[in-house]
Design a protein around this ligand. Structure first.
Ligand code: BGC
Length: 903
């Protein structure tokens, strides 16, 4: 276990008067009281909360009880500071059962906490035989063009007093389930998107409050979704199968200990209702006149409904759900309802978002309202949909003629800021229309705000592009006929994503699909889940997601499981590159390269923005191999450490020979080439400074502009900071003319654009074949803002912020920055401001961690903490003066530093 720094050991012997340490925020498998866990040893995490400085956990004890409150595990008092991912080590856990757990801790001041408030988890169905339900399919002949949503129902009765009830549900296609007219859960697009034929998730719901004593009805509606809907390009459908199927199992437990199962089988009935058509790209048609009124309640006569077909479909690939489901989030009201120059009625919601429009309307039966969706208006102010390509993004609602009707689609989502409404009966008023954002229900973990409002808007844009593209899987874009899990985009954005939200389970799930869809040769597909061809794989910087993302998650969350889970997938990818190399030079195959780099029309001066693709592939070959070595070290696989270290040396030698001159000039003189060569340590130490100088010269040649594409952009500012060019990094960040991060902000963007010039300075658009206005890749600058301006990072050797590095950088025109980040241990925050030659610097470090804090200051003597000079403070250790910083080591607590700061 982690050793306590000397300064913390000291604290064992003094016991000041502080409140008792409390244990809070209990998580199982990183979730709050999860239902449906299918690992044999779920991992438990908690946080210590206390107000004294340098608080660490000295020991812990866990107890677990079963449903009948009988103890099933009492751990020993374990002398350890581990408070995250502690595995359950009691007896075997039973399918479908609930377990309660509590934890207590002893801190380094010798105090013992009380037992925590109990938390719980429920096991999922651990064995195939636990599934009593059968796969059912609608029994009528389907309209194979429109493919209306099938509905299923089953009446049943209960006779005894109900103690609890659980529903286990999955489907081919998307499902929404109901019990006695009430929706089961509040998730959308269930069962989520996985590599369906290899891993199909089921969800588990506590439906106790929905079941009645007496007559009940359970029902479900299905949508084509990713399973069989249009995906990838026009006309392509049925990626996983042609038919929609439902698998549902209800287990009702009575107070007398007996239980009853209600499961999908031949006794169910099927029919269609108001959803005539439903496609993710194209939208939904809902004819409310066709609603089967009362079908979700009893009594209801379903004799005219069809029977169902029972199918012996596989269940061996059913898995519990690891990640947070998609839920409804922010609601946007109409900011403006107006007529465009083309005389179209358009609503502006003020934010480019992903979700759908909700309508509230009164009219006659048969009145038809069409809602179209767009991200932008064109130069003339007209509704612009060309960049959606073949995606229609069109919802149609046909009224049934009730007094007030409400509509929202069920199995589709749109990417939009503007809605065009056609056929609304009467005047469309703000109270008739709103927009709801839908995205994976991830905990928001990061806040970054500064004195510069353009940068604050940039940060919001990054967060909105993350929200819009974290809809169960990480997608490239959410609006055109694509919306796929492009590996390269996810790879470049993962670290930023992990600052903004807790993406651990989100990526843990997606990486399982990545491994599942990896080709037999070890190559990694361009998109995950892979709905392209088997050969659409192996592009550098894209396929490397299979190594870079597991490592990024490990660094952020300190979870070695993710490395174990992905290890053989990671190895296969490295081995693939090696096999496809000649003399360790990986210069074969198709690569996207530095996708969407800046392509100037006037590049006549010998400047360069185009990077040789094989130079890039050699850099990523090295980087992934480097991360493989680190992974093997963490997992104690010494043989692999040796093998991959030898490989790495050869990769770098091959790079030098093929792509550099003797003096260290690269054959592509671009920003991306120098950024990758420097960030991945491709050059020997002696050649690095000159390379950094060439990078800076290139930036100057472009008049202080970046020219990088997807692969160079994430590391550009990091490299500049590392080699002492912080001011250049700040200049790039603050550059307002194209290409830059702030150019779209100045053009009114509310999300990150796919291209640096999605909309040109004259307000015309880039090529509509590739022009998304919601593409997070360039938002990868967020990582630099959090880590460098905010100064919050962790150490590879103490990942997951067990040991924290705080090192803010003051620069550009910023006079203040506030950065907060929720880690597994609790909140880290930094807040700096400069005024009148003085720096105020407040820091919060959570309990059970240690920190090295770099305080910007000219000398040690000028620094105070809460008005005391540093030498008067026992609880922190002044380590050294380093450059423009005073470095201290300490532990948890709130610190308020002041220092002289020339400005
Ligand atoms: C996507 C990208 C993706 C790329 C591959 C595009 O169509 O939108 O973001 O990474 O293809 O280069």
């Amino acid at each position: 276990m982690n050793k306590f720094p000397a300064v913390l050991l000291l604290m064992f012997f003094s016991t000041p008067l502080f409140s008792q340490t409390v244990v809070k925020n209990l998580l199982c498998e990183n979730l709050v009281n999860p239902i449906g866990i299918d690992v044999p040893n779920p991992r438990l995490s908690w946080q210590l909360v206390g107000d004294q400085r340098n608080l660490v956990q000295a020991a812990y004890q866990i107890r677990v009880k079963n449903d009948a409150l009988k103890q099933v595990w009492l751990s020993n008092k374990i002398l350890s500071s581990q408070s995250v991912y502690v595995p359950y080590l009691g007896g075997s856990l039973l399918s479908g059962k609930k377990y309660y757990w509590e934890v207590k801790v002893w801190d380094n001041y010798g105090k013992e906490s009380a037992w925590s408030e109990p938390a719980s988890w429920d096991m999922g169905l651990l064995y195939q035989g636990d599934w009593k339900a059968k796969w059912i399919r609608a029994g009528y002949e389907e309209d194979s063009i429109m493919r209306p949503s099938p509905m299923f129902r089953k009446q049943f009765s209960t006779t005894k007093k109900i103690k609890s009830a659980r529903a286990y549900i999955t489907s081919h296609g998307l499902y929404e389930a109901f019990i006695n007219g009430r929706r089961v859960g509040d998730s959308y697009f269930t069962p989520g998107w996985t590599s369906y034929n290899k891993r199909l998730q089921y969800q588990v719901y506590d439906v106790t409050p929905l079941i009645l004593q007496g007559n009940n009805v359970v029902g479900a509606v299905l949508g084509s979704g990713w399973y069989r809907g249009n995906l990838v390009f026009v006309g392509k459908k049925n990626s996983y199968g042609r038919h929609l199927d439902l698998l549902l199992q209800l287990e009702i437990t009575y107070t007398d200990g007996s239980s009853q199962f209600v499961v999908t089988d031949e006794s169910w009935r099927s029919s269609t209702g108001s959803i005539l058509y439903s496609e993710i790209y194209h939208g939904e048609i809902n004819d409310a006149r066709l609603e089967k009124t009362g079908w979700l309640t009893t009594p209801y006569n379903d004799t005219l409904w069809s029977t169902v077909h029972v199918h012996e479909l596989p269940k061996r690939h059913l898995v519990a759900t690891t990640n947070e489901p998609v839920k409804k989030h922010e609601k946007f009201l109409a900011q403006r309802i107006f007529k465009t120059p083309k005389d179209e009625l358009v609503v502006d919601f003020g934010q480019n978002l992903v979700g759908f429009v909700q309508l509230k309307v009164s009219g006659k039966a048969g009145d038809t309202i069409k809602i179209y969706h767009a991200e932008v208006l064109d130069k003339a102010g007209n509704f612009y949909t060309e960049n959606l390509r073949a995606a229609r993004q069109e919802n149609i609602y046909i009224l049934k003629g009730d007094s007030v009707e409400t509509f929202e689609p069920r199995f589709t989502f749109q990417g939009f800021r503007y809605a065009r409404v056609v056929g609304f009966p009467g005047e469309l008023k703000p109270e008739n229309i709103s927009a709801v954002a839908l995205y994976s229900d991830l905990k928001q973990t990061g806040i970054f705000t500064t004195s510069n409002f353009l940068i604050n808007r940039l940060q919001q844009n990054i967060q909105w592009s993350q929200k819009g593209n974290f809809l169960d899987i990480p997608t490239d874009c959410p609006q055109r006929d694509e919306r796929l899990g492009w590996t390269g985009d996810a790879q470049v954005f993962a670290r930023t994503a992990a600052f903004n939200m807790n993406v651990q389970n989100f990526f843990t799930k997606w990486l399982k699909d990545l491994a599942a869809d990896q080709t037999s040769s070890g190559s990694i597909p361009h998109v995950i889940p892979n709905v392209l061809g088997e050969n659409d794989a192996g592009s550098t910087g894209w396929a490397d997601a299979g190594v870079i993302i597991p490592w990024t998650m490990y660094i952020n969350y300190g979870d070695t499981n993710i490395l174990r889970q992905q290890y053989s997938s990671m190895k296969s990818w490295i081995d693939y590159m090696q096999k496809n190399s000649t003399g360790q030079l990986w210069n074969k195959g198709f690569h996207f390269g530095d996708w969407l780099f800046y392509r100037p029309n006037d590049d006549l001066e010998g400047r360069a923005a185009i990077t040789d693709k094989y130079l890039i592939s050699q850099c990523f070959f090295a980087y992934s191999t480097q991360l493989m070595i680190k992974t093997a070290e963490v997992l104690g696989k010494t043989g692999d450490v040796r093998t991959y270290s030898e490989l790495l040396t050869k990769i770098k030698e091959a790079f030098l020979k093929e792509y550099t001159t003797a003096s260290g000039r690269l054959i592509s003189g671009t920003q991306t080439a120098y950024v990758l060569a420097l960030h991945f340590d491709m050059l020997p130490e002696g050649l690095r400074d000159q390379a950094a100088a060439r990078l800076v010269q290139n930036i100057k040649d472009y008049n202080n502009h970046l020219t990088t594409g997807f692969l160079g952009t994430p590391y550009l500012c990091h490299v500049l900071s590392r080699f002492g060019y912080n001011e250049i990094a700040f200049n790039l960040l603050l550059q307002e003319t194209y290409p830059s991060w702030l150019y779209p902000v100045k053009m009114g963007a509310t999300t990150i654009w796919e291209r640096w010039d999605g909309q040109k300075p004259d307000s015309t658009f880039q090529n509509p074949a590739m022009n998304s206005f919601n593409h997070y890749a360039y938002g990868a600058i967020g990582d630099w803002m959090y880590r460098v301006i905010g100064g919050i990072s962790t150490y590879d050797s103490f990942p997951g912020y067990k040991k924290i590095k705080i090192m803010p950088h003051i620069g550009g025109n910023f006079t203040s920055a506030t950065t907060t980040y929720q880690t597994n241990y609790g909140l880290i925050s930094t807040n700096w401001s400069t005024k009148g030659g003085k720096l105020q610097f407040d820091v919060h470090i959570p309990a059970n961690t240690t920190a090295v804090i770099y305080i910007p200051a000219p000398d040690i003597e000028s620094v105070t903490e809460s008005n005391k000079v540093l030498s008067d403070l026992q609880e922190l250790k002044v380590v050294r003066k380093e450059g423009s910083y005073v470095v201290i080591e300490t532990g948890s607590g709130k610190y308020s530093f002041s220092s002289r700061y020339p400005n």
